[in-house]
Design a protein around this ligand. Sequence first.
Ligand code: F6P
Length: 344
Amino acid sequence: MHIGILTGGGDCPGLNAAIRVVVRHAIDTYGYRVTGILNGWAGLIENLYRPLDVDTVSGLLTKGGTILGTSRTNPFKLKGAPQKIVDNFKKEKFDALIAIGGEDTLGVATRLYNEYNLPLVGIPKTIDNDLAGTDYTFGFYTAVSIATEAIDRLHSTAESHHRIMLVEVMGRHAGWIATYAGLASGADLILIPEEPFDIEEVCAILRKRHKRGRDFSIVVVAEGAVPKDTKQMVLKDYKVDDFGHVCLGGIGSILAEEIEKRMDIQTRYVILGHIQRGGTPVPFDRILASRFGFGAVKLIAEGEFGKMVALQGNKIVPVELKEATTRLKTVSKEIYELAKVFFG
Ligand code: F6P
């Protein structure tokens, strides 16, 4: 059995941990061969490969990023590319593929399985935690922990200067990082895409807090948060990628300006950006990535293609890829209600 493995979309901590377990388990337990496909789906179109053995994955558990490289290449946007992938798959004598990705990479995997019968399985990753079918994706808890530490640090300076501090975190359509990091760090307000905001209501919440003697505030805002009236996201760039995504960023600065104008309190903002995706994974993500990789090799051994490994409760279970990629998992009302207890 010859397995190809690729990582696609935005990188996240834990990718290397997943590659490591796939290689170790596939080779040591099953005697399979494993080849890394470089730069996501682009590698299968352009024939970019790297043989993987037990030595090449040594020391990877704690390493951020992905040794295979990644890209946001969408083969379904390139003429003839899906067929090229099928042809190269045969030419390289692959028997199965493991695609590690979020909604975009696994969306491509779903189509390659359904429309081209490519024998593949998926592993869910993304700091955004917005993939359906799984309770968590790896990368998420590391991003939450980075954001939480940053907000903790901003707390002391906000308090000393009696300022309002806005912290913009990633999350296009789902505010998981904002909600969890905000909850973990005691944010005074959390704005997420799922709950459009009204600037007057935002100021009323902050005024309420200031009225009870708290002369500083921390507001965590997801990059995809939108105002109730326009529902317009703030874009850093109008260019769209292969999957039709625009580059978000800047809601923090706009809100900071609006709040300062209305409340006459010094307001500053911080955009955490890609810091959230860098560096070593936290233990939870190392273990989740390892459990997913282990489960993915098992799916291949059992010939269970077209599936993704998922965490449900405390069990790793297979779910249909199409079930995971046809809708996004957004922040539940229940957890946002909990966060609201601390607003203002
Ligand atoms: O990986 C998903 C994500 O983190 C989004 O939250 C964010 O909008 C996007 O990636 C940024 O990606 P890029 O690396 O292309 O700037």
